[in-house]
Design a protein around this ligand. Structure first.
Ligand SMILES: C[S@@+](CC[C@H](N)C(=O)[O-])C[C@H]1O[C@@H](n2cnc3c(N)ncnc32)[C@H](O)[C@@H]1O
Length: 228
């Protein structure tokens, strides 16, 4: 495991920095702000608005990391049932998770209990965290992850940036993401790099360039309109 440092981002929420990669787990402009905007607003809210009759959503996250996206999604699951699968090649040590200030950023005791539930949940097993949120954490490399095709409604693609980990953004990986989505499924990411957007189109997604979270001009959403 490389050396990892806890940092504070501009909205006061924590993130992690890997100095040897010069890469952070979230936007330095605000970890919670970025996650709520990119994945919740542009992902879950958009999916619900465009699929109003669907009461259960299956989400796949690439890169569980600190569990921030999983936790914010669990807090947002109210009228909807969410089945959340997250893969991670390098699970973080509990001592690092304990230093993150996320729990202090949401007032209720319930949100603290959910954060702890997410982190104490067993890996490789579906665990019920709340009535509306089931979590499956899988320790694997993205290249070894081969669930059945067309099993997810929404993908949170939260890999390190293409400049830092280009292999995560290859056409091969993006094609796998396409295959894993159901028709009508949605892929969201904070990234808006040109080659990535061209590759996303090349594997079949209809892409949208959306206004980014604070500090970022754009982000990207892809929709799968044709079956595999
Ligand atoms: C930007 S961080 C994810 C942040 C996370 N979503 C959160 O809410 O904290 C990217 C994550 O991808 C993981 N990762 C890197 N290479 C991977 C691979 N080949 N397969 C799966 N996960 C990988 C990293 O360990 C890291 O946790």
């Amino acid at each position: 495991m490389p050396d990892i440092k806890v940092i504070e981002t501009r909205d006061g929420s924590s993130s992690l920095l890997i100095p040897e990669m010069n890469e952070t787990y979230h936007s330095t402009h605000g970890a919670i702000t970025e996650s709520e905007y990119v994945f919740l607003k542009m992902g879950v809210d958009h999916f619900s608005e465009t699929h109003p009759d669907q009461k259960e959503i299956k989400i796949l996250e690439i890169g569980f990391g600190t569990g921030l996206n999983a936790w914010l999604t669990a807090l947002a699951a109210r009228q909807l049932k969410i089945k959340f699968t997250s893969i991670e090649k390098f699970p973080l040590e509990a001592s690092l998770i304990d230093q993150l200030n996320y729990k202090e950023k949401k007032e209720s005791g319930e949100s603290k209990r959910i954060f702890e539930g997410i982190h104490s949940a067993e890996w490789e097993k579906e665990c019920q965290i709340t009535d509306e949120f089931d979590l499956t954490k899988i320790q694997t490399d993205i290249n070894e992850f081969n669930p059945s095709a067309e099993s997810f409604d929404l993908i949170y693609f939260d890999a390190f940036a293409p400049s830092k980990q280009p292999e995560m953004w290859s056409q091969e990986v993006l094609r796998k993401m396409y295959d894993l989505l159901k028709t009508g499924g949605v892929f969201v990411t904070y990234c808006a790099q040109g080659q990535f957007k061209r590759d996303l189109k090349a594997v079949g997604f209809v892409t949208e360039e959306l206004e980014g979270p604070p500090g970022k001009k754009e982000m990207t959403r892809g929709t799968k309109l044709q079956p595999n």
